[in-house]
Design a binder for this molecule. Structure first.
Ligand code: GLC
Length: 799
């Protein structure tokens, strides 16, 4: 493998990814912020920040999909006052030639650290957001590593947004004249005048020597952020204005003796000048900055300690213990609409996406998962389906405005957001049912089932009633053959079968039913258990009868009755979704499940992961839906769509095929692609939404990092199905499925207040099958929940 293909490495000690070659082909991003404020920043500190939502709560501006990439950003410029030479701490925006300056970016868990070394000046900018009060801190350290005294001018820089993504990009006739900036008491205050609640501040730990808050004044005419006038000339001009485009730059000129270091702290946030003064006073005390950073570290230390694996596979450990958990948590926190791809164009939650995301992290973020469950249930209509895309804020008391604002996002009228069945997806509501069960298995909070939550349209029901409403809806929405209708879409947004049928959804229905029945039996609700178990049997019969195609399972039928995903199909003969769910759901016969898995391996597997379908559609067919209007090998039309890939891992693990499960897992593992970045392009610490399929000449290129269902599902696949550690309602199940050559592995797992030190040994070199379990030295058949605060030693022997 060529060295050229590496741009960085994993530093597991610090839980950081280190980019030591910063000219990566696309933006490699990170998510800063774990409460209400968030900054999405690249390896070059380019990106944007927002408060609560990326659509209506923008703090800094961003030119998405622009050239140069990732501009503007949250930047620090440095200028040598002796000769006028200037650069930035992150490689961009100044972009010194890489043979003259050294740059590094360390993306950590909710922070990024940028550093540079140039002509005897070492500089570092640590960016993080405090947990306590949502302040974005830039902790800047500058060191003179040379032998002569140096005079260095330091400039911060960011560009303020007009607070709404659409106003940043259109209708400038209003916003350009409604935004103002001013400087006083060391604080740049940005004011969006007709929104009396919108103020942002930027301030520093020192008394500035200069400032600019008008963008054009800082940049200068016919210049750009690469060579702004203020930096080139060594002096901010003291600009402030009640109109125009605004930025924030604070300047300080420092003199450094040889070996001397200085620390400068900048604070940015939501709030007016008074808040700015308060925050700069607070974080002007560096001990407070250190404490806030330690607090953030502790936050992630605690999460990472809930599940820690040590296996013979270093990449698996790195991803499961750190990066995939981090990505899964990020999806639950920010859902889908804040990235460099989704730049805040939408607000709220995708019903299907969030319902799945929460399944992955009830152990590390039970509070957020519980909040999301309530929000999602509130987004379910009485008839049982979910509002496909909704904002939980619609259901909360609305802020009353004394005037009609051109920007404020009013909650739409109820009649407009309660969409009818014609816009309902056939799968949305089904995902939530197992997720609720997973939450209760994790926390033991069975009372949740009886909590009352309003329906989106009318009335109120217990969580249990909501779950039943979802199951009943799918039972009613079946076609003539008894298979669930496709409706607007199923999991596959681009498969729009309408009154046609979706095999995948029937399998999903079966799975949701079995989850529900397990809960009902545990709670002693036998009547419900019997009723839904009988329904599950009907669904199973329909699936086996209608969907089996001889070697694998069909995907469904179009409204006119054309079967899709069959050997006889002209194109798209085999699909990943229906076949993985045939196996995972437990609905189908074992020999057929094995045959379907073999077929997926044979027809869909590549060294970059499994294709969604093969061969791709080559022409549009509106009976099938949007899929045929996408190039072959891209996105839903035959790419290696990441989200269903871990389903194949789970399917293989369920069938006891450890080597195959690991091969599938490994093919997509971003860690394994660290040395193939010239093809992959995207960051090797995050799963992407999709990888170009073999029918496209860019096969292997990965796109849309971070906000994808593959994060949560890969986390589930590796922790619950390969390593096999699955909380149940009453006991902790340990049922691994590993490559036979493994001698074993160990996991530390916290569950309901106790810690389990689990050691699995594999003397007979099998993939699956537990021969013996010892709990604190005593042989047991299962591991019941242990007393709060206790440490349990669990030894498992496979064989
Ligand atoms: C996108 C959507 C998700 C959908 C998937 C497949 O990732 O966010 O809801 O399931 O595409 O179409």
């Amino acid at each position: 493998m060529s060295e050229d293909m590496r741009y960085g490495y994993f530093d597991n000690q610090n839980r950081e990814y280190v980019i030591d070659r910063v000219d990566v082909p696309v933006s490699w991003t990170n998510y800063i912020g774990v409460n209400d404020m968030c900054a999405v920043l690249s390896h070059n500190a380019g990106g944007y920040s927002f408060y609560r939502d990326a659509e209506h709560g923008r703090i800094t501006k961003f030119r998405p999909n622009g050239v140069p990439m990732d501009w503007p950003g949250h930047w620090i410029y440095l200028r040598d006052q002796a000769d006028g030479d200037f650069w930035s701490v992150s490689w961009q925006p100044v972009g010194k030639p890489l043979d003259q300056a050294e740059y590094e970016c360390r993306h950590g868990l909710s922070y990024s650290r940028y550093s540079s070394e140039y002509k005897g000046i070492r500089a570092e900018q640590l960016v993080f957001i405090t947990r306590e009060d949502d302040v974005e801190i830039w902790d800047v350290r500058i060191t003179n590593t040379g032998t002569t005294p140096r005079e260095i001018a330091v400039f911060s820089y960011l560009e303020w947004s007009f607070h709404h993504i659409e106003i940043d990009n259109q209708n400038l006739q209003m916003s350009l004249y409604a935004s103002g900036s001013s400087y006083a008491e060391g604080v740049i205050e940005y004011d969006f005048y007709y929104e009396p609640w919108t103020y942002h501040y930027h301030a520093a730990s020192f008394e500035p020597d200069g400032y600019d808050s008008v963008r054009e004044a800082f940049i200068g005419d016919y210049r750009s952020e690469r060579d702004p006038l203020a930096v080139a000339s060594g002096r901010c001009s003291g600009s402030q204005e009640l109109t125009g485009n605004h930025c924030a730059s604070l300047q300080k000129t420092i003199t450094l003796q040889p070996g001397e270091a200085r620390r400068l702290v900048f604070v940015t946030g939501y709030g007016n000048r008074n808040v700015g003064v308060e925050k700069k006073t607070k974080y002007g005390n560096f001990a407070a900055v250190d404490a806030a950073f330690a607090d953030l570290k502790r936050y992630w230390d605690e999460k990472c300690a809930v599940f820690e694996a040590k296996t013979p596979h270093e990449g698996l450990d790195t991803m499961a213990n750190i990066w995939t958990l981090y990505q899964a948590e990020t999806c639950v926190h920010w859902s889908r609409f804040a990235s460099f791809i989704e730049v805040g164009g939408r607000t709220g939650l995708g019903y299907r996406d969030t319902s799945q995301d929460i399944m992955a992290v009830p152990h590390t973020n039970p509070k957020k998962v519980r909040q999301r469950i309530e929000e999602l249930l509130h987004g379910q209509v009485r008839e049982g389906y979910g509002l496909h895309l909704f904002d939980p804020a619609w259901f909360k008391p609305q802020k009353k405005l004394e005037f009609k604002s051109p920007t404020i996002a009013h909650a739409p009228a109820k009649s407009s957001y309660i969409h009818g069945i014609e816009h309902a997806c056939s799968d949305d509501h089904l995902w939530l049912i197992p997720s609720i069960c997973e939450y209760v298995k994790e926390t033991g909070e069975t009372a949740l089932f009886d909590e009352l939550v309003p329906f989106a349209d009318e009335g109120i029901g217990t969580v249990w009633q909501h779950m039943k409403a979802g199951l009943d809806f799918s039972a009613r929405q079946v076609g003539l053959s008894g298979i669930c209708k496709g409706l607007r879409a199923d999991w596959n947004d681009c498969l729009n079968l309408g009154g046609g049928e979706s095999g995948m959804v029937s399998f999903l229905h079966f799975w949701a039913l079995t989850n529900f029945v397990e809960a009902a039996r545990f709670l002693g609700r036998e009547k419900d258990a019997d009723r839904y178990a009988a329904l599950a049997e009907d669904v199973r019969d329909a699936c086996e009868r209608e969907l089996w195609d001889g070697l694998w399972y069909a995907r469904g039928t179009t409204a006119s009755g054309l079967k899709i995903g069959t050997r006889a199909s002209e194109e798209a003969k085999i699909f990943l979704e229906s076949n993985t769910w045939a196996v995972i759901s437990g609905a189908v016969r074992r020999d057929r499940a094995e045959s379907a898995l073999d077929a997926m391996d044979e027809h869909l597997f590549t060294p970059w992961g499994l294709h969604l379908l093969q061969p791709s559609f080559s022409k549009p067919n509106d009976e099938i839906g949007f899929m045929g209007r996408v190039y072959k090998g891209i996105k839903e039309n035959g790419a290696i769509f990441s989200h269903p890939n871990p389903w194949a891992v789970i399917a293989a693990a369920k069938l006891g095929q450890g080597a195959r499960a690991m091969r599938f897992y490994d093919s997509m593992l971003p860690y394994n692609q660290n040395d193939k970045v010239e093809t992959r392009e995207a960051e090797p610490y995050s799963y992407c939404q999709f990888v170009y399929g073999a029918e496209h000449r860019r096969h292997g290129r990965a796109r849309h990092p971070w906000l994808t269902g593959s994060a949560g599902w890969n986390y589930i696949a590796v922790t619950k199905w390969i390593l096999g550690i699955r909380p149940g309602f009453a006991s902790l199940l340990i049922d691994p499925c590993i490559p036979p050559e493994w001698d074993g592995f160990s996991v530390t797992r916290k569950w309901r207040g106790a810690t389990y030190d689990i050691t699995v040994s594999n003397p007979a070199h099998v993939s699956k099958g537990v021969k013996a379990i010892a709990l604190n030295g005593e042989p047991v058949r299962e591991v019941p929940a242990q007393p709060d605060g206790s440490l349990a030693k669990v030894e498992v022997v496979l064989g």
